[in-house]
Structures are given as C-alpha cells and as structure tokens.
Design a protein around this ligand. Structure first.
Ligand SMILES: NC(=O)c1ccc[n+]([C@@H]2O[C@H](COP(=O)([O-])OP(=O)(O)OC[C@H]3O[C@@H](n4cnc5c(N)ncnc54)[C@H](OP(=O)(O)O)[C@@H]3O)[C@@H](O)[C@H]2O)c1
Length: 246
C-alpha cells in the first residue's frame, strides 16, 4: 500500500471536487478528504447516493460539502461552465480536482464493440475529464497549491485483451495527464498526476470480475493514503507522475 500518513488537518481550507463521489472509490475519497478538513464538491450521477455522502459528512461535523448532480455522459460544455460559475461564486478557487468517475463498458474483442458503447465510454472517461479540467482551470489557477488527479488503471498503462474501450480510454487519461503536466511550467501552482488505485472492492470491480470473492481486494478506504498525499501540500513537487495506490 502507498506509504503516507496524513496529519488530521492536511486539507484544511481546501476545496476539492470529486467526480463519481456517490459510490466506490470516489465516495471513500470524498469522506476521507472531508475528514481531513476539505470542503468537498460532490459530483455524480445518482442524487440519492450523493445525498447519503453529504449527510454522512455533515453528521460527522466536517466542513459542509457542495452537492452537484451531473451526468458526465450527457453534460454539455455549458453545464461545466455553469458548475464553474457556481464554484467561483461560492469559493473563488479550487484546490483539488479528482477525475474518478468512469464507465467500464463492454469487455469483449475490440472488433465486437458496438459504436454506441465505444462512444459512451469515451464520453464519460475521456471527454468529461477534458471538459471539466478545461472549465475548472481558472479556479485551479486561483488556488495557491492545486492538484489534479486522474484515475487510471493497470490496463491504461499496458493494454490487455478484452478490456476494450475502457483500457484505451485510460491510455487517453494517461496522455491527458502527461500533456497537462508538461504545460505547467516552473511558475505554475498546478500539478497533474495519474493514480492507478489497483484492484479495489467496488461495484466496478465486481462487474469486471464476477467470479472473484469480494474479500480478495482491499476496501476503498484502504487506498486513501495515496489520494491524501496527492491532494495535500506534501506532493507539491510531484507533477507528471503515474502513481499506484497499492
Ligand atoms: N475498483 C477497481 O478495482 C479499479 C481498478 C482500477 C481503476 N479503477 C478506477 O477507479 C475509479 C473509480 O472506480 P470504482 O471502482 O470506484 O467504480 P464504481 O464503484 O463503479 O463507481 C464509479 C462512480 O462513478 C460514477 N459514474 C459513472 N458514470 C457516471 C456518469 N456518466 N456521470 C457521473 N458519474 C458517473 C458512478 O455513479 P453511480 O453511482 O450513479 O453509478 C459511481 O459513483 C474509476 O476511474 C476506475 O476506472 C478502479
């Protein structure tokens, strides 16, 4: 497991947006960031799941989160701009952006993938992080120490049979990370890195490996040290890196 122990107040005063914050790794990330003092912006598709996370954060007495339902498959550039305007009015800056939401899509021979399934995976896993990053850039520039984290996968670093558009979308995510990171010159306050969570006990993992016993893999909470490291000030000098949470 990634070796990092976060102080309790690591993210105090920071505003951190997490996509797919209602379930799995994104949910754990939202709860963990809030527990370390961040104001989290909960973006996701299923309002009831976001509300459950919101309530848990409020009940624990952590900073009040912002709840922003958004379907990344259908969101337009205008929707992202409206979100950026809301965040600008509410906070004036954004210290962390975690591109976590993803679509697994079909796991089959590439030449059997239907065009609409390919397009859906690319829309959620590639186009949405591009549009969201683009529209959040002014808010990230307004922060003194901003971190962008793109969730990757081992199949986005070495291709594997039958992982179809998902694997290829994660290669694009790694490319987006490298391009964005390389665009941050010595004066930039923004760092951009990718993070492969590794096999983690979530709905997506269960869908990808239906015959695997659930207890095989760690809970999302166990992989949070890498997220906290990347979102807090200790990773200030870390830019353009492809990291592993396990
Ligand atoms: N779990 C693993 O073993 C593993 C391994 C390698 C990489 N990863 C990566 O880690 C990240 C998180 O995966 P996970 O396992 O936590 O997946 P998960 O349990 O399926 O959760 C994904 C989250 O993304 C949201 N989401 C999906 N499509 C969306 C859309 N169109 N608009 C808005 N939100 C959407 C889901 O919303 P709903 O709740 O509404 O469905 C859910 O909250 C992904 O990028 C994945 O590729 C995971």
């Amino acid at each position: 497991m990634f070796d990092y122990t976060a102080p309790a107040n690591l993210l105090e005063g920071r505003v951190i947006l997490i996509t797919g914050a209602g379930d799995g790794i994104g949910r754990a990330c939202a709860l963990s960031c809030a527990a370390h003092g961040a104001t989290v912006v909960l973006v996701g598709r299923t309002q009831s799941k976001l509300e459950e996370v919101y309530d848990a954060i409020e009940a624990a007495g952590h900073p009040q989160p912002a709840l922003c339902p958004l379907n990344l498959e259908t969101a337009t550039e205008k929707d992202y701009e409206d979100l950026a305007d809301q965040l600008f009015d509410a906070f004036g800056h954004l210290d962390g952006l975690v591109h976590n939401a993803a679509e697994l899509g079909p796991r089959t021979l590439l030449d059997s993938v239907k065009a609409d399934a390919w397009i859906r995976v690319m829309q959620v896993n590639v186009n949405a992080p591009f549009l969201l990053t683009k529209t959040m850039m002014p808010l990230l520039r307004a922060a003194s120490d901003a971190s962008v984290v793109l969730l990757s996968s081992s199949v986005g670093r070495k291709g594997r049979a039958y992982w179809g558009p998902y694997a290829i979308s994660k290669f694009a995510v790694e490319g987006m990370m490298q391009v964005l990171a390389d665009e941050q010159d010595g004066t930039s306050n923004i760092r951009v890195n990718s993070l492969n969570p590794g096999a983690t006990r979530t709905r997506m993992r269960a869908r990808a490996y239906p015959n695997e016993p659930v207890e095989t893999n760690p809970e999302p909470e166990a992989i949070m040290p890498a997220f906290l490291y990347l979102l807090g000030p200790d990773s200030r000098e870390c830019n353009g890196q492809a990291l592993n949470a396990q």
